[in-house]
Structures are given as structure tokens and as C-alpha cells.
Design a protein around this ligand. Structure first.
Ligand code: HEC
Length: 178
């Protein structure tokens, strides 16, 4: 092997080695920049989040507990969903309850002209109007009936839901075979 050839091989080696070192240096810089970028991106995002959680924790926990409680009540009662509306329905009164608390005052049989509970003759012509009319007269009230007396909306108790008034009507009708 001549000195010329030796030198050539050294040169080739030198060029290749320099390129490899250069490549490694570039990669190192890229990694460094990448690492700095990721570190910057993550660090500030985590800290305020932790502080935010710390500050909001008590309020959040309280609300979650409440929701769980009402949801538990709902599922215990066998209702479909956990929405607050359903919770209200769980506590809804039965037809007998509503009648006994509200409607009985006028429909208990003491006031002449007002259809009395259990009185088939009183109710027969009214049942012929159809249940929907009776429902809407009970919910919305009306004044132009045969007795000349007003049937107040929801029997005068605005707190009753449509459903509660309806089951009260159902209850009264059930007492006259309707
Ligand atoms: C303040 C007295 C009063 C109360 C309380 C009352 N009603 Fe009446 N209701 C009447 C009168 C009076 C009539 C009859 C009106 C007429 O047809 O002349 C009547 C009629 C009705 C009728 C028949 C409607 C029709 O079309 O014939 C239904 C059903 C009825 N009430 C449901 C209820 C229900 C349910 C409640 C309780 C949530 C209730 N009422 C509470 C006074 C009352």
C-alpha cells in the first residue's frame, strides 16, 4: 500500500467522521430544543391547573355529593333518570293525597252543586265530556259550569303539578267507576 493510498483513505475517513460528528451535533441541538419546548409547554399548564383544583375543590365536592344523593333517591324509587325534574316527581303526591289535601274541601260532598266524591249521578254527565276535558278543567279551572260556582285552577293550589292534578282527577273518577 502506497503512502498516497494511505493518505487518501485517511482523508475519506476524516470526511466521514466529520460528517458523523456534525450529524450528531445537529441531532443533539434538535433534542435539546425539543426537550426545552416540551418542558415549557407542560410546566405552566400543570401549575395553574393544580392551583385551580385546589381552589375549587370544596365547592365541587359538595355539588357532586348532592347530585349523588338525589340520583340515589331516584334510583331507589325506580325512576328512569337522575335529572332534578324526576326527583320532584318522586316526591309527587298520589291522587288520594291530593284529593285529601286539596280537592276534598269542595268535592267532599258538603257543598251542593259541586260534584261530590263517589256520587255517580253527579259525575256521570261530566265523565261523558271525556277525561281530557276533565283534566283541563281541573288544571286550568273554569267558571261556566252547571253549578254556577267556579272550579279554581288546580283547586286553588298552584304548587300542584299537572300530573298531581290529573292523578287526583283519576282518583275521584275511580270512586264512581270511571
Ligand atoms: C274551591 C272549591 C274547589 C276545589 C278546592 C276543587 N274544586 Fe273541582 N270543582 C269545583 C266546582 C265548583 C266544580 C263544578 C263546576 C261546574 O261544573 O259547575 C268543580 C268541578 C270539578 C271537575 C269536573 C269538571 C267538569 O268539566 O265537569 C273536576 C274534574 C274537578 N273539579 C277536579 C278537581 C280537583 C282534581 C281538585 C283538587 C286538585 C278540585 N277539583 C278542587 C270546585 C272546586
Amino acid at each position: 500500500m502506497s503512502i498516497e493510498q494511505d493518505r487518501e483513505r485517511d482523508q475519506v475517513f476524516f470526511v466521514n467522521f466529520s460528517r458523523t460528528l456534525g450529524g450528531l451535533a445537529i441531532m443533539m441541538v434538535l433534542f435539546l430544543v425539543g426537550a426545552l419546548y416540551i418542558a415549557r409547554k407542560n410546566a405552566p399548564a400543570h401549575e395553574p391547573l393544580a392551583r385551580l383544583e385546589e381552589r375549587t375543590a370544596p365547592v365541587g365536592q359538595l355539588r357532586v355529593e348532592e347530585e349523588k344523593t338525589s340520583a340515589a333517591v331516584v334510583s331507589e324509587e325506580g325512576e328512569a333518570a337522575a335529572a332534578p325534574v324526576e326527583v320532584a316527581e318522586v316526591s309527587a303526591m298520589s291522587g288520594a293525597d291530593v284529593y285529601g289535601k286539596v280537592c276534598i274541601a269542595c268535592h267532599g260532598g258538603a257543598i251542593p252543586g259541586i260534584p261530590a266524591i263517589g256520587d255517580v249521578a253527579d259525575w256521570a254527565p261530566r265523565i261523558q265530556q271525556g277525561r281530557e276535558v276533565l283534566y283541563s278543567h281541573a288544571i286550568d279551572g273554569y267558571e261556566d259550569g252547571a253549578s254556577g260556582l267556579p272550579m279554581p285552577p288546580r283547586g286553588g293550589n298552584d304548587a300542584l303539578s299537572d300530573e298531581e292534578v290529573k292523578v287526583a282527577v283519576d282518583y275521584m273518577l275511580s270512586k264512581v267507576g270511571g
